[in-house]
Each structure stands twice: as structure tokens, then as C-alpha cells.
Design a protein around this ligand. Structure first.
Ligand code: ADP
Ligand code: MG
Length: 345
């Protein structure tokens, strides 16, 4: 009997050792990465378990192709055409534009109008993050606000066309496009035969699969006071997307006041509540991106209760006085690393 137990112990030790060396040989370090400047930000694609650098070309080409459809800054894009035809007629658009517009309107409804994809004229007026950034006059804001109303964005799904009902209106997908593109890029990566990858579109992170040894990726939750990549805590996750919205991302300062890039469509001014940032963790980047902007606009109380009422969505809220509020499902998964912050719930 004793001999049998010893044998089992030895056998399991051998098994353990071989599984460890298997992990080391095929381990987490077998990956390739490539970065580029696209979507007005730095993007990095990391592919696990491959050395085939030629895979990057179709991936980056695909991201560019989506940008060409969805960016208001590109003159041949669907959004640009919609702007030109605003107040005049319906415009045929791609499936991608229909999909992102539909999702945006869902979030407008969920946020009682705080998330508004038709905010283009106001965003352009402020020009935050561009050489033209400035504080507009009250009159300018009032005038531009007359052109903002997501209810005037009409989608004809059958004919695949969209119309902006008032001349001068235009759509800006800045709050949602990176999330959509991250999910589509992950699909492309899977099509190319890769199961495990990280898609990082300027901090909009999607974790596809797991690391090579089947363990979770560690992903940092952005520290709103540090340059991109600095984190305040980590979570371990796989098959998830983490997206942060905050007042630190694009802003300028004038007379000691910070003017950031997420704007309240009711006032025409940058959203002003007790939040510094919100990170959303969910299974799709589309949802994480839309919801991080939405919850930042909603503020702590409403935002947190929205997240707690959604299945499979978690969040880390950071307030201006460095307090962290976690959604119910993430409390045992989040590890705080920057002690300047305090978890309070
Ligand atoms: P980031 O672009 O930094 O990742 P977000 O996803 O939060 O951050 O999106 C911010 C962008 O969304 C702005 O730069 C602007 O283009 C757009 N935007 C700003 N305010 C709103 C709003 N209330 N509703 C919809 N889009 C907005
Ligand atoms: Mg967003």
C-alpha cells in the first residue's frame, strides 16, 4: 500500500515537472508584436504562438480599411459623405457604419442623451487634441448645439442608408469606433489562424484567448494621472476587453481649468462630475468602449448602478479625490498597485 502511494507521488511529480517544462518551451514569451500610428493613436498587435511576421500586413490593412470607412477626418469616408448630404438626402453606407450608428443610438437611449454620436459640430468647435483647440464663445456653443440631436439620425436598415436630418449635422464615432474596430480585428486575427492575441488600440485593449500556457493575461487598469500605459491596478483576464475613458486622455488647460474631450451634449462643455476615469471590462470592446464613455458622462452613482445591472460587465471608477469604486463582480479580481488610491466599496 505504502509503495503504491510512493509510486503515485513519484508519477505525479514527473507529470508536474513535464507539464512545467512544456509550459516553458511553449510559454508566454513566444509572441510577436507590431505597432503603428493609426486611428489617431498608437496601436499595437501582439500575436502568441507564432513567429510569422507576415500576418501583420493583412491585420494592419484591415484596420486601415475600417478607419477609412468610419473616420470623419477622411474625405472618402461614409461619415464624410453623410456630412455632405446632411439635410438633403439619404446616403448609402457600409454595413459597418450602420452597425456602429445603431449601437451608438442604443447608448444614447441608455444614457438619456448624454452619449450622442451627433456631437460632431461641438467636438469640432472645441478642437481638443488638435492645433485649433480653444474655449469657444457661448454663442458659438449655442449655435452648434442646435445641430446636435441623435434623434435626427435616421437609419434605413433595409436600404442600408442613413440621413442626418439637418444641414450642418455630422457624426463623430470617436467614443465607440476603436471598440468596434478592436472586435473586428480580433475576428480577423482568428481567421488568420491565431487563437491568442492582444489588440491594443491606444489603450483600448482586447485580450483574445489566453496566454500560450492557458493562463490569464495580466492587464493594467490605466492610471488617470500617468501617461498611457501607467496603471493603478491590475486584473487577470482572458477573452475580455478593457477600455478606459477619462479626463486625462486629451485635454488642454486654460486659466487653471482643464478642458477635456468628453463633452456633455446638454451644456456643450466638457463633462464635469466627480469622476476622473472609468475602466470597463466586458467581453466585447464595442460594449466596453461605448460604456466607458457613457458611464464617465453619467457620473459615479448612476454609472455604477448601470454597470451592476448589466450581466458580464464590470467597472473600475476613479474619482477626482482618488477613491476607487468597483462593480460587484470585480471586487475579488482587482489588485490595487498604486497606494495613492483607496478602494472604498
Ligand atoms: P478615447 O477616444 O480617449 O479612447 P472615449 O472612448 O471616451 O475616449 O471617446 C472620446 C471621444 O468621443 C471624443 O474625442 C469625441 O470624439 C467623442 N465624444 C465626446 N463626447 C461625447 C459624447 N457625449 N457622446 C459621444 N461621443 C462623444
Ligand atoms: Mg469610448
Amino acid at each position: 500500500m505504502k509503495k503504491k502511494i510512493i509510486l503515485i507521488v513519484i508519477m505525479s511529480m514527473i507529470l508536474y515537472i513535464t507539464s512545467c517544462s512544456y509550459k516553458q518551451n511553449n510559454g508566454a514569451d513566444k509572441k510577436i508584436s507590431k505597432s503603428d500610428f493609426m486611428l489617431n493613436t498608437y496601436i499595437t498587435i501582439t500575436l502568441y504562438d507564432t513567429e510569422d511576421e507576415t500576418l501583420f500586413e493583412p491585420i494592419f490593412d484591415y484596420i486601415k480599411q475600417l478607419e477609412n470607412i468610419l473616420s470623419i477626418h477622411i474625405k472618402t469616408s461614409d461619415l464624410y459623405k453623410l456630412r455632405e448630404n446632411a439635410g438633403k438626402e439619404y446616403t448609402k453606407v457600409s454595413d459597418e457604419t450602420i452597425e456602429v450608428t445603431k449601437k451608438s443610438i442604443e447608448y444614447s437611449e441608455l444614457s438619456e442623451g448624454l452619449f450622442d454620436v451627433s456631437l460632431g459640430p461641438i467636438i469640432e468647435l472645441w478642437g481638443i487634441g488638435t492645433p485649433e483647440e480653444r474655449v469657444p464663445s457661448k454663442e458659438e456653443i449655442e449655435k452648434a448645439l442646435l445641430l446636435v440631436d441623435y434623434k435626427k439620425v435616421k437609419i434605413d436598415e433595409e436600404q442600408k442608408q442613413i440621413m442626418l436630418e439637418k444641414e450642418g449635422m455630422f457624426i463623430d464615432f470617436g467614443a465607440i469606433a476603436k471598440g468596434y474596430i478592436a472586435d473586428k480585428t480580433a475576428d480577423k486575427i482568428k481567421e488568420l489562424g491565431i487563437d491568442n492575441a492582444i489588440v491594443n488600440l491606444g489603450g483600448n485593449v482586447l485580450l483574445l484567448g489566453t496566454k500560450s500556457d492557458n493562463s490569464d493575461f495580466s492587464v493594467g487598469i490605466q492610471n488617470p494621472e500617468e501617461a498611457r500605459g501607467g496603471y493603478l491596478g491590475i486584473i487577470k483576464a482572458s477573452n475580455l476587453s478593457v477600455v478606459t475613458s477619462g479626463d486625462y486622455e486629451r485635454y488642454f488647460e486654460k486659466d487653471d481649468k482643464r478642458y477635456h474631450h468628453i463633452i456633455n451634449p446638454f451644456t456643450g462643455f466638457p463633462s464635469d462630475n466627480n469622476l476622473k476615469s472609468v475602466s470597463i471590462i466586458s467581453s466585447t470592446s464595442f460594449e466596453s468602449d461605448a460604456l466607458s464613455t457613457t458611464t464617465l458622462l453619467l457620473g459615479l452613482e448612476k454609472g455604477l448602478s448601470k454597470v451592476n445591472n448589466l450581466d458580464d460587465v464590470e467597472a473600475v471608477f476613479v474619482t477626482k479625490d482618488n477613491k476607487i469604486y468597483l462593480s460587484d463582480g470585480i471586487k475579488d479580481k482587482f489588485e490595487l498597485t498604486d497606494k495613492k488610491y483607496k478602494i472604498v466599496n
